[in-house]
Design a protein around this ligand. Sequence first.
Ligand SMILES: C[S@@+](CC[C@H](N)C(=O)[O-])C[C@H]1O[C@@H](n2cnc3c(N)ncnc32)[C@H](O)[C@@H]1O
Length: 337
Amino acid sequence: MHLPDITAPFRPIHHIVAAGYGHRILLGALEIGLFDQLAKGPATVEELTMALDAGPVQTKALLETLVALALVETDGKSYQNTPSAQRYLVRASDACQAPFITMLTGLYETALADIPARMKTSEAEQKKTESLWAKPEALEGMGRASLRGPVQKALAFISDLPGFDGFSTLCDVGGNHGFYSMALLDANPGLTATVCDLPHVTGPAAELHKKYGYSERMTVQDLNLNTDAPEGAYDIVFASHILYAWSGRLIEVIRRLAQPLKPGGWLVLNHMAPTEGRPNLINALMNLHASLSGYPAHVLGSDELESATGECGLTAPRTSLDNDTWALLFAVQKPLG
Ligand SMILES: C[S@@+](CC[C@H](N)C(=O)[O-])C[C@H]1O[C@@H](n2cnc3c(N)ncnc32)[C@H](O)[C@@H]1O
């Protein structure tokens, strides 16, 4: 019998296969309310078995797997949520990310389950992805994701722009759930917002804005940015996680976004940026998912943004990079003269 040379470790590969089930374990634990139970306080296997109406063997095995995934911690007797699980996986938490996790895993499973067939994806895949943005779970999922930090960071960045307190009009392009607009409206009582999105998205979006009590200061406008510019005159045009569709040909779309800016107004962009050094798995996966879904990329670097906005006559670039999420906020001004 030939015995292969086994000096190279197999563990990194085995780890990938095992870790690939992490999201299924996470979704299962969410569904049975395990994090909700632990939110009440540390509990033993026996107590959780009773509360979840489950078997003790399965409960202990699931808890140990969640410890390995760093979602639960134990002192050897009882179990409790880690701070991340307590903040983001408990349904009663105002920062609960369950809707986002469900949305993201659904998107990834569809695209990544069929990598061989999608290695030469055409733009037709984009149309399928676009049809998803109007679904209640997409609005809710993206909205929840934005409340995990991106809205807070965009609010700090935009409210620091010179003259923010005197701004009266905001255009939120591809604004969907409108949570960025809502936070800016709260910060500036003189502001009104127009959320522009694809025609099939604006109806469900307006319903959500109404549900949150913003319909008096927020309106929606049908827009296809492939062909048209937003209508109106704005102090801020904000575009978050939409421009990646035009990566490599940004100038045409930035001209459309800059068109309705008042002189002295600001174009503010919010996008994933390329990571420095070794690719980080989250961003690399987003980029892979985008490419398998018919988009050129999911990341836009500040060099690309600065060069395209400069070509369009916009000046005074400002940037803020979040080193945790690698999201880049980028602002440029339309000259006054
Ligand atoms: C990834 S979501 C981002 C939503 C929100 N801006 C955020 O950052 O959470 C992209 C949004 O852009 C919209 N969108 C995509 N293509 C568009 C186009 N050609 N014209 C206008 N909106 C578009 C989608 O309908 C969707 O609401």
